[in-house]
Design a protein around this ligand. Structure first.
Ligand code: FAD
Length: 268
């Protein structure tokens, strides 16, 4: 449980962090996924670049009709933020039930998205909210739709030379309802099934799952349904469902339907 020796650099600006970032270095945010992986020697970076003191990566603001969350903003900060509670209440609900208080006080939204754990809560939430991730390398900035970001188990379209700098979410129209439901692994609180829904006035409902498959996903079949029963019947039908010692494939699929029903009932 002792990591391989590594160098450490605390960056104070994004440019400084990007300059230090190379093939054998890793960004360190909350450390709640990276450090356990290093202790298990699943990850052996030669250098860690700490981004937690970069003020431009922290905080939540409203800008150009969007809520912008800095990548190094902690789960706890998001859970208690008034803009989030007003416009994206399911982000506050989801953030408030991540792990335990230590995890929420250190873990960050950017770290969670970059890590892309298949049972992470943020993935379903950003997918359901039509979020866009803002990323930066030493040569360019680009924006990646959440729906284009996750590519598989612990994998994303983020390049090794890029840092997530923020998450941008269009402010939903007045009357939008959101909900997040999670069947949590009892020890870690990771999602065995997590279901995020956003229902806009006029009836269009975004539905996203985490924990169900190795990649979080928007459930287009359930979204196309015209009743709660039809959505529940259609749910999780076009994906390969994970099976592990916490939940078999059949049980996970059943849970996905149960938790989707709860979420849809909450926004109807
Ligand atoms: P780190 O561990 O510092 O980094 C994770 C990875 O992301 C590393 O590869 C790092 O290089 C990279 N990275 C970090 N920030 C950036 C960035 N801005 N740009 C590019 N790459 C970056 N998560 C849940 O969703 N739900 C849970 O219920 C839950 N329970 C947990 C319980 C425990 C006991 C623990 C230890 C963790 C739990 N987590 C859970 C995970 C937790 O939320 C982590 O904090 C999170 O997944 C990673 O965020 P971090 O800031 O700690 O990132």
């Amino acid at each position: 449980m002792i990591p391989v020796a590594f160098d450490y650099q605390r960056a104070t600006t994004v440019d400084e962090a990007l300059k230090a970032l190379s093939g054998d270095s890793k960004i360190l945010a909350g450390g709640h996924s990276l450090l356990p992986a290093m202790k298990l020697r699943l990850n052996q970076p030669a250098k860690l670049i700490d981004i937690t003191k970069i003020t431009s990566l922290k905080g939540i603001k409203e800008e150009d009709g969007e809520i912008v969350i800095g990548a190094a903003t902690t789960h706890a900060e998001i859970a208690s933020n008034s803009l989030i509670k007003k416009h994206l209440p399911f982000f506050a609900e989801g953030a408030s039930i991540i792990g335990d208080i230590q995890v929420r006080n250190h873990g960050t939204i950017g770290g969670s998205l970059a890590h892309a754990d298949p049972a992470a809560d943020w993935s379903a939430l950003v997918l359901a909210a039509d979020a866009v991730l803002e990323v930066q390398s030493s040569s360019a900035k680009r924006r990646i739709k959440a729906s284009d970001f996750f590519t598989g188990l612990f994998s994303t379209t983020l390049s090794e030379d890029e840092i997530i700098i923020g998450v941008r979410i269009p402010i939903p129209p007045t009357g939008t309802k959101t909900n997040y439901q999670k069947f949590a692994q009892p020890a870690s609180r990771f999602a065995i099934v997590g279901c995020a829904v956003m229902r806009k006035p006029g009836g269009k409902t975004n539905i996203a799952f985490t924990g169900v498959s190795d990649t979080p996903f928007r459930d287009s079949a359930a979204e196309a349904a015209s009743s709660i029963d039809d959505a529940v019947n259609a749910a999780a039908s076009n994906v390969s469902i994970m099976s592990d010692h916490y939940a078999s494939e059949d049980y996970r699929k059943h849970l996905a339907k149960v938790y989707l029903r709860k979420a849809l009932q909450a926004v109807s």
